[in-house]
Design a protein. Structure first.
Lengths: 110, 113
């Protein structure tokens, strides 16, 4: 069925390390793809999105490319900061409902 | 522009009670969705309202219900609370043109004791 499979955490990185969080989706049609971030005690904030194949979403140094052939939308950042510590959620929708992954907790240590 | 506002932020209830949570969407947004977030299940879709009509519903028991008012504000109600209903309840509003993007509130943390 429709779903999102996201790399399990928790992930712990040193400051300035490279980050990859894997995400693959199972969906019918041509969904839009999203990454949301949740800081402690907060709701979800949109980090970036891509609405069609080969689109690259980017924001605050984070990037993800919509790969239709591999049904993937992996999140990357070249150099993480302590302030990036949060939970990251991959999601998709087809204009009717959002489907979220289980979230990946990231901790960046100085 | 004000964001999505959820009230209250925190609630403690006892088993068997009922609870009502409120969500005010971003001005101009007519779609409101509700999600339950728990450590074990992640984010699970409860229901979505548009123009006072429930358009979509997740796989939750009938104890979970909602409604939307003419000003797009929404409420969700949980009756006969169970310990397992303890969760963060998130509301999201979406701009006109389909649910192409969701803007979330800070959530209501419900604890059932």
């Amino acid at each position: 069925g429709d779903s999102v499979t996201q790399m399990e955490g928790p992930v712990t990185l040193s400051e300035e390390a490279f980050l990859t969080i894997n995400c693959t989706y199972t969906a019918t049609g041509y969904p839009s793809l999203f990454w949301y971030v949740q800081y402690p005690g907060e709701g979800l904030q949109l980090l970036l999105k891509a609405t069609k194949a080969d689109d690259k979403g980017s924001n605050k140094g984070f990037e993800a490319t919509y790969r239709k052939e591999t049904t993937s939308f992996h999140l990357e950042k070249g150099s993480v900061q302590v302030s990036d510590s949060a939970v990251y959620f991959c999601a998709w929708n087809t204009g009717n409902q959002f489907y979220f992954g289980t979230g990946t907790s990231l901790t960046v240590i100085p | 522009k004000a964001g999505v506002t959820q009230t209250p932020r925190y609630l403690i209830k006892t088993r068997g009670q009922q609870v009502t949570l409120s969500c005010s969407p971003i001005s101009g947004h007519r779609s409101v969705s509700w999600y339950q977030q728990t450590p074990g299940q992640g984010l699970q879709f409860l229901f979505e309202y548009f123009s006072e009509t429930q358009r979509n519903k997740g796989n939750f028991p009938g104890r979970f219900s909602g409604r939307q008012f003419s000003n797009s504000r929404s409420e969700m109600n949980v009756s006969t609370l169970e310990l397992g209903d303890s969760a963060l309840y998130l509301c999201a509003s979406s701009p006109p043109g389909g649910i192409t993007e969701a803007f979330f509130g800070q959530g209501t943390r419900l604890t059932v004791v």
